[in-house]
Design a protein around this ligand. Structure first.
Ligand SMILES: Nc1ncnc2c1ncn2[C@@H]1O[C@H](COP(=O)(O)OP(=O)(O)OP(=O)(O)O)[C@@H](O)[C@H]1O
Length: 355
């Protein structure tokens, strides 16, 4: 499961307002990618373009040998079945209970019997921890539950590609972490290709295999998580480390005089923080797309910031790095990390089953 999505030279404008131009990158099959960018840079527009709700002026979106930008409406209708989309607010129908909301794509796109529909809907509601809540209306549940219901609906057609538009918006930090664990578990179980748009730097630093950043109407960078988290490129560095110093200001681009004053002040940039371990599935089994911590850095001769890939409470000194380079140390090797995993497991299961 999971298909590659190749984006080539994509350009989108509304009238004379160019949103982004010449965007090219590949979402690797089965991997989790995150798309970041300052507010208003067109991340949601990008997701809508990917599923064919908006037409780009130029470029190609290649999936399984087909170019989505060249398909007729009828062909697009078929190809859209490859996608599951979790919109920001879950995009549920307010007058339908959760059961009917989740059943909707099955009744719309398939000829499955009602008993088969029931089996699938209940399975997906259980997966997101909403079994028992199926007769509630969207207005009767919390924002986090609405997102999980939206996720259950996004999953019912067994999509090959799942798009998440700010899944963490409006959630408290604990619920954000739990939702992120659910996303990582789902990627392990489905093997689908995931693209997550988020503003949450902690999510971007810990969840994905790859990170992309849109800035000033272009794709500034897209690549493996470790590549971006060790990057000295000013925009990438500033954004991924939530720093004040750098080219991004309140009005997207700082004006030249502000940048000059910053450079003239001789202020040193703060050091790069350690690269955290990637979030693991709760069952402790690696995801098919997962790579060992430090692999990208090792292969590319990049020494990561001191303390990188340390398990919670584990090593923090650069002296540990050679051990990591040998591949002899990994997240699960520290017994304290196992304790953390167990506590996390319990919290996540309670959350899923208590709703
Ligand atoms: N249908 C539309 N018609 C005209 N302009 C649009 C349309 N949809 C989006 N835009 C414009 O495109 C720009 C990018 O919007 P978008 O919502 O994609 O940004 P974003 O990066 O997702 O922002 P945020 O991070 O704040 O959610 C905005 O200036 C918005 O007004």
């Amino acid at each position: 499961m999971g298909v590659e999505v190749q984006i080539e030279g994509l350009t989108k404008s509304f009238g004379r307002q160019n949103i982004w131009a010449d965007v090219s990158f590949t979402l690797p099959a089965g991997e989790i990618s995150v798309l970041l960018g300052p507010s208003g840079t067109g991340k949601s527009v990008f997701l809508k373009t990917l599923v064919g709700l908006l037409k780009p002026e130029q470029g190609h979106i290649m999936i399984q040998g087909r170019d989505l930008t060249r398909l007729s409406e009828r062909e697009l209708y078929e190809v859209r079945k490859l996608f599951g989309v979790l919109f920001q607010d879950g995009a549920l129908f307010g007058s339908m209970d959760l059961y009917d909301n989740v059943a909707f794509p099955l009744r719309e796109h398939t000829r499955k019997s009602e008993s088969e529909v029931r089996r699938i809907v209940m399975e997906k509601l259980d997966l997101v921890g909403l079994a028992g809540d199926e007769h509630k209306l969207p207005g009767q549940i919390s924002g986090g539950m609405r997102k999980r219901a939206g996720l259950a609906r996004a999953l019912v057609l067994e999509p090959e590609i799942i798009l998440f538009d700010e899944p963490d918006s409006g959630l408290d930090p604990v619920r954000t972490t739990l939702l992120n664990h659910l996303i990582v578990d789902l990627n392990q179980q489905t093997g689908a290709t995931f693209l997550i748009v988020t503003h949450d730097i902690n999510t971007a630093r810990t969840v994905p295999d790859n990170i992309g950043l849109i800035y000033r109407r272009h794709l500034a960078m897209f690549g493996p998580r470790e590549m971006l988290l060790s990057s000295q490129e000013p925009v990438v560095r500033q954004f991924l480390n939530a720093q004040r110093q750098g080219p991004i200001g309140m009005a997207e681009e700082k004006d030249a005089s502000e940048l000059e004053a910053e450079a003239a002040s001789g202020q040193e940039l703060p050091p790069l923080p350690p690269i955290p371990l990637q979030m693991q599935p709760l069952n402790g089994e690696p995801r098919p797309a997962e790579r060992p911590p430090g692999e990208w850095c090792r292969r590319n001769g990049v020494v990561p910031p001191p303390g990188s890939f340390a398990p919670a409470g584990g090593f923090t000194t650069p002296a540990d790095w050679p051990r990591l380079q040998d591949g002899t140390v990994h997240g699960g090797a520290d017994p304290r990390a196992d304790t953390v995993v167990l506590e996390r497991d319990r919290a996540a299961r309670d959350w899923r089953h208590d709703g």
